[in-house]
Design a protein around this ligand. Structure first.
Ligand code: ADP
Ligand code: ASP
Ligand code: MG
Length: 412
């Protein structure tokens, strides 16, 4: 008898009809298997709860935010357990705290510290399907916490590791991991398999199909993850350890992140210690910068540019005004509507063909001027056998039209 962890994301459980559809899908896997089903909040519930909190307070207390956000998943587990029971199956719902999901105290971004999965094991041994709320846990001060956006993926992978499940199936609204977001790039190809390191790079650079931390967890504990469609039966993408022939892929995929900004400090005196002064001031505000570009020095002066998350842009500009004056720079230029396009794959580290001229490092990207480029990013040390090249470009006001989802696939 196999033990499967199945996770269904928000769009798969967006309304009562979809929850009933998920129940049928789960029921089809029930014969001969033990099942743990992890679910997200229905549809856009988490976004709606966040918006609601911001109507009440510009800077809501993070403990209260977790109390609020965790309600979304609790609705789905009860409804799915009812739907499974209506199909004649034994099912029981559990919150994150009830399944022993212990975390640290970092409200809204908590990290899992321990899982005591006895309660789930007892349910499985009693012939029940365990329906578990994703995204939530309990700190050792007995406070409810959440695991960061997309955190139900992490709940599923962590439970799969704790229970030594045969596989962790991530059911979603696309039928696998593609070479680019299939809802934006019509001719993106589905990958039959992808190595943990490549998936880590794709996820950390914007491919939201899997939460980055869930991939880190899967790699650490050797959990095989199968990303597949909720609505179609075909096999999806296996995220697994690297195999010999996987090394042949030069480029695994292209990711994008439309929520970046860029700041340049102009005519900075090119002296040792200046970069430390600038980036020290930024990191003291807990702002993480991404691509850093420094021009060649002319007459003892240089321009220094970097990209950062758009949400931190205003704070960084406010901080750097004083720093620029203090170090004798001419001033600051900034653009808060920048997108980052990244090419990911082992070839980005070792193949000349992926470097400037053929990668985003070239001077234009689909007719738009490149504002900054880097051959590898800070994400790479986490995924040592993969690499990436990134380019920052202005955000386009219009988007490509979405293609129909889950169309035919090719493996690389
Ligand atoms: P869920 O609600 O099931 O957790 P998400 O919205 O978090 O689903 O993730 C699925 C989405 O990820 C897809 O709808 C797709 O638009 C997006 N996506 C981005 N990059 C990729 C990629 N490389 N392959 C597949 N999907 C991708
Ligand atoms: N509901 C949470 C979110 O929207 C967790 C998840 O869906 O994985 O981020
Ligand atoms: Mg998700």
């Amino acid at each position: 008898m196999a033990l499967l962890v199945q996770k269904f994301g928000g769009s798969s459980v967006a309304d009562a009809e979809k929850i009933t559809n998920v129940a049928r899908r789960v029921a089809a896997s029930a014969p001969g298997n033990q099942l743990v089903v992890v679910v997200s909040a229905m549809g856009k519930t988490t976004d709606d709860l966040l918006a609601l909190a911001r109507q009440i307070s510009a800077a809501p207390d993070l403990r209260e935010m977790d109390m609020l956000l965790s309600t979304g998943e609790q609705v789905t587990i009860a409804l799915l357990a009812m739907a499974l029971q209506s199909l004649g199956l034994k099912a029981r719902s559990f919150t994150g705290p009830q399944v022993g999901m212990r975390t640290d105290h970092a409200h809204t971004q908590a990290r899992i510290t321990q899982i005591d999965a006895d309660r789930v094991r007892r349910a499985l041994d009693g012939g029940e399907i365990a329906v578990v709320a994703g995204f939530q846990g309990l700190s050792d001060a007995d406070e409810i916490t959440t695991l960061g956006r997309g955190g139900s993926d992490l709940t599923a992978v962590a439970l799969a590791a704790a229970l030594k499940a045969d596989v962790c199936e991530i059911y979603t609204d696309v039928d696998g991991v593609y070479t680019a977001d299939p809802n934006i790039v019509p001719d993106a190809r589905k990958l039959a398999r992808v190595a943990y390191d490549e998936m880590l790079e794709l996820a950390s650079l914007g491919a939201k199909v899997l939460q980055t931390r869930s991939v880190e967890f899967a790699k650490k504990y050797g959990v095989t993850v199968h990303v597949r469609s909720t609505f179609r039966p075909d096999p999806g993408t296996l995220v697994t350890k690297e195999e010999h022939d996987m090394e042949q892929a030069v480029v695994t995929g292209v990711t994008h992140d439309r929520s970046q900004a860029k700041i340049s400090i102009l005519r900075v005196p090119d002296r040792p210690g200046i970069a430390a002064r600038v980036f020290g001031a930024i990191s003291a505000k807990d702002i993480v910068v991404d691509m850093i570009v420094q021009n060649i020095s002319q007459d003892g002066y240089t321009d220094m540019s970097f990209t950062l998350p758009r949400g931190d842009h205003a704070r960084a500009v406010a901080e750097l005004g004083d720093v620029a004056r203090e170090i004798g720079a001419r001033g600051i230029a900034h653009d808060e509507r920048v997108a980052k396009v990244s090419i990911v794959g082992v070839g980005m580290r070792s193949h000349a063909a992926t470097m400037p001229g053929r990668s985003p490092s070239s001077a234009t990207w689909r007719g738009r001027s490149v504002r900054a480029a880097s051959p590898t990013t800070s994400a790479s040390p986490r995924s040592p056998s993969s690499g990436s090249g990134c380019a920052a470009i202005p955000v386009s006001p219009r988007r490509c039209s979405p293609r129909s989802r889950g169309r035919g696939s090719t493996s690389r």
